[in-house]
Write a protein that binds this ligand. Structure first.
Ligand SMILES: Cc1ncc(C[n+]2csc(CCOP(=O)(O)OP(=O)(O)O)c2C)c(N)n1
Ligand SMILES: [Mg+2]
Length: 794
């Protein structure tokens, strides 16, 4: 195996990419090794490794083969360490094979491809042991995030936190069917608005998706779409062999035939092979001058090679195009024509997406590629010593090999202690307004924390109360833009000057883009070695719009603060369609995201402080605040004893008295109703408790963790919620209430076996003022009284 090395290649920034004959020869050998290792890795997982459950393992040999030439060219010749790549999920075996040849992936990991702890099915930043830049899996998202990362890179350079000399290209390797994902086009529009640079998207244009061959009508549509949003479109349609054939007598007819051939026919003929190509070409264009002789000049095998020798399988064509593209930083779309399953017996078959070579077929491939039996895992098995040495040297000298340390970290930005953290004052405040106020107060400080905050919002900056922060810190734009209204002295609360030092990235109304933006910003410390503290806002119900991208950002362990407001039915007259019901459950169920829904402003301030620290901890994560526009009368506190518990998710606002038979547990903006019910019941139910739960998520997670610790480690550590509820007898009852799905809190009864009467929102859509809505949806004090009574009826 190759050892990782740090030898610098002197030609790093020169045109090493321009191919010469020797380089093409070596790259050709590497291409075959990559094809072999990727195919074998999948074969091993499916046919050799023991199966204990009879489940299909899979691994996409055809999709991998389709991209092998492109990835060989990219990684061994073109890529520089500062470039970042999102690899098509189902080309994961190719990625791992290439990493293996670089000495950055172990044989053991390849042998355990798709097994627990082994190389991942789809490249994963967090799970794979080799150097994955962007996780992929949900098609389309990995593509789009590269555009946002390019924006982040520019942001960092403009803010003086990243050396412009180290600027890399953000590259996505994608399947052609990924271009059907709508999020690509949302990202294209946003990318155009922000004039993104240094982004390459390389399409493996095999004209096959999972189910079928793709529709012919899309031919050239992608070119138009991308060109009109400022991309340079580079089409790699024909390989050198084909271009040479076109130059021969009769060649122009062959070319025209290829251009007009339907995708399905091309795929089927590829699968059928040389004799079928010959028969079809003779039938269709054999009568044209020169064609017969042209075809006669090739054996069946040669003819098949010519017909499948498309641009995306021609190293020379690819390298020329990549080298050419180095010339400027305009975003580039490479449409590289390929054959799905190229070089394999699966090539071209419409059902090949999940197809696997049989043991006989893999044996045939092994023999064809000259890999001796027993040397299947050897990087260069079967090659003579000299070739092997040449390949090792070539790989070692690849520009990409010059730096093995591509995963950065950045020191944490210090977060002020509680005494110095902003705490908005006022008897009546909403959590949303207070959130804006905290950011405004921070923005006025000359602190590192304030400098590293970057806010972003999909056209709801003003209505989510980010406006004041933006007034202070400005909008980020690579080119300076004055605020026309302010210049014309037209009074406006918003002063939106845009400049390269701005700290707000304004997005259009596409929530998917918000989450991709947060994902890219939230990986800044790892991808670029510069810490950012991203804060993104949107209306709570529209989390659902970007849910997959949110999950994607969390899966990659991006770090951000998500502020969703307004939420629930509490937004009242603002619109039934905007009421959010299930977001608390999303917040609870989403790994790497901690959900909070504070009632009071002092809770919010402590939570924001906690969040900025948590976002930077090694084992930390992102934070989701579900906020409200409802102004609440704030409560006076005797001391700060409640804070520690609140930051664990729950605290007693009214501690239960001895012998208490019940408690009311609440989350969020309905605190006044819970308090009113408590006051009405306190006489009848002596010692009645009142539990404030700013984070149902934290207490639930902690409860699960404590049980796991008991089962798995024999550690007896009561969870926070167990400790709190132990203040009540096991026979006591709980009324739970929040402006959201009741199951967010109804599980509390399982902690100590206490009875629960749960309130919450099960349907939505009515507008009205709060008294009407709370009565209708049963969130008011009367509903809480009814639920309490219910506890004692049976
Ligand atoms: C969002 C999402 N939907 C569906 C899938 C399942 N899926 C995986 S690959 C694929 C199609 C692949 O076609 P293409 O992008 O052309 O890649 P190829 O294998 O042809 O290179 C689909 C539908 C997925 N991974 N992600
Ligand atoms: Mg495809």
């Amino acid at each position: 195996m190759l050892a990782a090395d740090t030898v610098r290649n002197d030609n790093r920034r020169t045109n090493r990419g321009r191919p010469n004959a020797e380089m093409l020869r070596l790259l050709g050998q590497l291409e075959q090794r990559v094809l072999w290792l990727a195919s074998w890795t999948i074969h091993n997982a499916n046919h050799i490794r023991e199966s204990r459950d009879g489940l299909k393992v899979g691994g996409h040999q055809a999709s991998s083969a389709s991209m092998t030439t492109l990835m060989t060219a990219l990684y061994f010749a073109t890529l520089r360490p500062e470039d970042r790549v999102a690899v098509k999920p189902h080309a994961s075996p190719v990625f791992h094979a290439i990493q293996y040849l670089f000495g950055r992936q172990s044989r053991e990991q390849l042998e355990r491809f798709r097994a627990f702890g082994g190389a991942q099915s789809y490249p994963s930043r967090t799970k794979d042991k080799d150097d994955v830049d962007f996780s992929t899996g949900s098609v389309g998202l990995g593509v789009a995030i590269t555009a946002f990362s390019a924006l982040v890179q520019d942001y960092l350079i403009d803010h003086g936190w990243f050396d412009a000399e180290k600027r890399g290209r953000m590259i996505a390797l994608l399947g052609d069917a990924e271009l059907d994902e709508g999020n690509i086009y949302e990202a294209l529009i946003e990318a155009y608005k922000h004039d993104i640079r240094n982004t390459w998207w390389i399409v493996d244009y095999n004209r096959q998706s999972l189910d079928a061959t793709t529709t012919d009508r899309m031919f050239r549509r992608f070119d138009d779409i991308f060109a009109s949003t400022g991309w340079e479109v580079v089409t790699l349609k024909y390989g050198r062999r084909q271009r040479e054939a076109f130059a021969k007598p009769g060649g122009e007819f062959l070319r025209a035939w290829i251009d007009n051939c339907p995708n399905a026919d091309y795929a089927a003929l590829t699968y059928q092979g040389g004799a079928a190509w010959r028969a079809r070409l003779l039938a269709d264009i054999g009568h044209q001058p020169g064609v017969k002789a042209l075809l006669l000049g090739y054996s069946d095998e040669e003819l098949a090679n010519v017909m499948t020798g498309l641009g995306g399988h021609c190293l020379e064509t690819i390298l020329e195009a990549f080298a050419e593209a180095e010339g400027n930083d305009t975003p580039k779309l490479f449409i590289a024509y390929t054959i799905k399953g190229y070089g394999l017996p699966l090539a071209g078959h419409k059902d090949n997406h999940a197809g696997l070579m049989t043991p006989t077929q893999i044996d045939g491939l092994r023999a064809k590629l000259g890999v001796p039996q027993g040397a299947e895992w050897e990087p260069y098995g079967g090659l003579d010593g000299e070739t092997r040495e040449q390949l090792e040297q070539f790989v070692k000298n690849a520009p990409f090999a010059s730096n093995t340390n591509r995963r950065y970290n950045a020191p944490a930005v210090s977060v002020p202690n509680a005494a110095d953290f902003p705490l908005p004052q006022g008897d009546e405040q909403s959590t949303q307004a207070a959130f804006g106020r905290v950011l405004l107060d921070l923005s006025k400080q000359d602190s590192e924390l304030a400098a590293r905050i970057v806010t972003t919002s999909p056209d709801v900056t003003v209505s989510t109360n980010l406006g004041a922060f933006v007034n202070q810190r400005g909008i980020y734009s690579r080119s300076e833009q004055a605020d026309v209204f302010s210049q014309a002295k037209i009074p406006s609360v918003q002063k939106w000057a845009a400049h390269a030092r701005g700290q707000h990235i304004e997005l259009g109304i596409a929530e998917n883009n918000l989450f991709l933006m947060l994902g890219a910003l939230g990986l800044s410390h790892s991808l670029f070695g510069a810490r950012l503290l991203p804060v993104g806002t949107l209306y709570d119900p529209f989390i659902a719009r970007g849910l997959d991208a949110l999950n994607y950002a969390c899966y990659q362990d991006a770090r951000f603060l998500l502020v969703a407001t307004p939420s629930g039915v509490t937004l009242g007259p603002e619109g039934g369609a905007h009421q959010s019901i299930n977001t608390p459950l999303i917040g609870m169920a989403q790994p790497k995201l901690t959900y909070f829904e504070p009632s009071y402003v002092d809770e919010l301030a402590h939570i924001m402080r906690w969040a900025f620290a948590h976002m930077q901890e090694e084992d930390g994560g992102s934070v989701y605040l579900r906020l409200s526009t409802r102004p609440l009368k704030q409560i006076s506190r005797e001391n700060n004893d409640w804070v520690e518990d609140a930051l664990k998710g729950a605290y007693w606002l009214k501690k239960p008295g001895a012998g208490a038979q019940a408690a009311i547990a609440f989350t969020g903006a309905i605190a006044p109703e819970a308090l009113a019910a408590w006051e009405q019941l306190a006489d009848d139910l002596p010692g009645l408790g009142l539990l404030s739960i700013p984070s149902p998520d934290l207490i639930h997670r902690d409860w699960m963790a404590s049980r796991r610790a008991r089962w798995q480690e024999g550690v007896n550590r009561p969870s926070h919620i167990e400790t709190l509820l132990a203040d009540l007898p096991a026979t006591a009852g709980l009324v739970t209430v929040l402006d959201g799905a009741p199951s967010t809190l109804s599980w509390l009864g399982s902690v100590r076996g206490q009875r629960v009467s749960a309130l919450g929102i099960e349907h939505f859509g009515q507008v009205g003022d709060l008294p009407d809505l709370y009565r209708y949806y049963r969130l008011d004090a009367d509903a809480i009284l009814d639920a309490c009574a219910d506890l004692f009826l049976s």
